[in-house]
Design a protein around this ligand. Structure first.
Ligand SMILES: Cc1cc2nc3c(=O)[nH]c(=O)nc-3n(C[C@H](O)[C@H](O)[C@H](O)COP(=O)(O)OP(=O)(O)OC[C@H]3O[C@@H](n4cnc5c(N)ncnc54)[C@H](O)[C@@H]3O)c2cc1C
Length: 453
């Protein structure tokens, strides 16, 4: 009788030790995916569409044997396992707050039927919780985490599984992908491996120089593949040597691991500030004017070209360059005085690589309430950042057609150029210099009343 291989965020066949474990007893296994309404219902169209495409690719890789069930995983997984006569259900660990609780509930329900839940591997090179300080506590600062993470090391990629896939019963079907206003990149393991190989062979050595320049295709754009486990980070790490660029790239992979670790240690930090003073004692704005400003930000209509280009890239591609993510996040929190959670929710809705740990903590890092020591004073200047990282203005012109008539870096300050607004670009919604001082003042007031956590 086959055991069950329950896929979740590991939609691939290679470098997937969970699959080897699933096939070990019988040589065959039922590949299962459960469309859980608790995750599917609140999911954005971008997330639903990408997942639907990725499941189709996985099903094709499994020669059409993927068993898709819809409903509460506690009931569905137990049903499938019982009917298949399985002794075990195999999973890779999920360290997210919801996933970890769900898995405990599934484990208990399976146990009642005499079936084991077996955990092999995780979506990370080093599982969250493994890298700790000497006293066993978790790191809250990235650099020492990174050093310890490297010292800890990780396994080599797993061998391909030797398993016969069987579909034990009728499939409920892969949900259809909602229409989006843009095309998503190809999903699935083959696309992930191809994209990785192309980046590794053609652009990786320039990564350190190019990764901060949003007009250039200088980063890997592997985020969505990693998010759904279409490739394991171990596969990528195994290809990295010791050049400066490879080292910088490894450090970026480590940020993903660090944030997963932080979220695992503090599950509430998905929605609450790590430094609780920012939720309890900071003077955030609210009301009609705050909502208007939020809408201007979300639509890319703030009058700050670099910010607007980023927000429009998000709406037209489902992706935004990391440098610009930092700048738009800083702008929302420090220029518009809106809580990071509003921006994080918007990102979760639109990013094709939306990931709870990296998103919540990317936002908190920028907002100054997260893992770094004292970054609140780092208020990004939206004009200076644009001039520095988009020196020729190509990125802004690509996404903000109202500024296409301005040459070079003049796009970053249309207010300085005669005819700068001829294309109909909006005036600035706030004055950055004044809002920066206001933000620092609010921070000082928070420190007077709040107790640091
Ligand atoms: C406000 C904000 C929100 C973010 N939200 C997300 C999110 O929802 N999902 C997400 O995967 N990343 C998020 N990031 C991190 C980063 O912006 C993206 O991982 C990166 O832009 C994805 O593009 P890439 O794959 O080309 O990255 P590359 O530069 O090619 O990096 C390779 C991989 O390393 C990881 N990585 C790189 N930088 C970071 C980082 N700072 N934090 C965590 N992991 C990183 C990603 O998995 C990425 O795919 C956020 C950053 C900020 C500032």
């Amino acid at each position: 009788m086959p055991d069950i291989a329950w896929f979740r965020r590991d939609l691939r066949l290679s470098d997937n030790p969970m699959l080897t474990a699933a096939g070990e007893r019988d040589g065959s296994a039922v590949p299962l995916f459960v469309v859980d309404p608790a995750l599917w219902e609140p999911a954005s169209d971008v997330r639903r569409a990408y997942l639907a495409h990725s499941l189709r690719a996985l099903d094709a890789d499994l020669s059409g044997q993927l068993l898709v069930k819809h409903g509460d995983p506690v009931a569905r997984v137990v049903d499938v396992a019982r009917r298949a006569g399985a002794e075990s259900v195999h999973i890779a660990a999920d360290f997210g707050p919801y996933g970890a609780q769900r898995d405990e509930a599934v484990r208990a329900a399976l146990q009642a039927e005499g079936i084991d839940l077996v955990v092999t591997g995780s979506p990370y090179a080093v599982a969250p919780g493994r890298v700790t300080k000497d006293d066993g506590t978790a790191y809250r600062v990235y650099t020492p985490f990174y050093r310890a993470w490297r010292r800890h090391g990780w396994r080599a990629p797993a061998a391909d599984p030797d398993v016969t896939w069987v579909m034990a019963e009728e499939c409920d079907g892969i949900p259809s992908a909602p229409d989006l206003p843009f095309d998503l990149p190809a999903a699935g393991e083959e696309a992930a491996l191809e994209r990785w190989a192309a980046f590794r062979d053609q652009r990786l050595q320039e990564y350190a120089d190019h990764r901060n320049l949003p007009a250039i295709d200088g980063t890997s754009a592997m985020g969505h593949h990693l998010k759904w486990g279409e490739i394991h980070p171990r596969t990528m790490l195994a290809d990295l040597g010791d050049s400066e660029a490879e080292d910088v790239f490894r450090k970026e992979i480590a940020w993903r691991e660090f944030y997963a670790d932080v979220l695992h240690q503090r599950p509430t930090s998905a929605r609450q500030s790590l430094d609780a003073r920012f939720d309890d004692a900071f003077a955030w704005d609210s009301g009609d004017r705050a909502d208007e400003l939020f809408e201007a930000w979300a639509a890319g209509q703030t009058g700050y070209p670099f910010v607007d280009a980023g927000m429009r890239q998000l709406l037209t591609e489902g992706w935004m360059h990391n440098r610009v993510r930092m700048v738009v996040a800083s702008f929302l929190v420090k220029d518009l005085h809106l809580p990071w959670q509003r921006g994080a929710a918007h990102f979760m809705r639109w990013l094709r690589d939306a990931d709870l740990a990296s998103n919540s903590h990317g936002w908190q890092w920028t907002a100054g309430c997260g893992t770094d020591a004292s970054p609140y004073h780092r208020v990004f200047n939206p004009v200076g950042q644009g001039e520095r990282f988009d020196p020729d203005g190509d990125y802004v012109r690509r996404y903000v057609p109202e500024l296409a008539h301005l040459p070079g870096k003049a796009v970053h300050q249309p207010w300085e150029v005669l005819g700068g607004y001829d294309g109909g670009y909006p005036e600035r919604v706030v004055d950055h210099a004044a809002e920066r001082l206001d933000a620092l003042d609010r921070f000082a007031r928070m420190k007077e009343v709040g107790t640091a956590t």
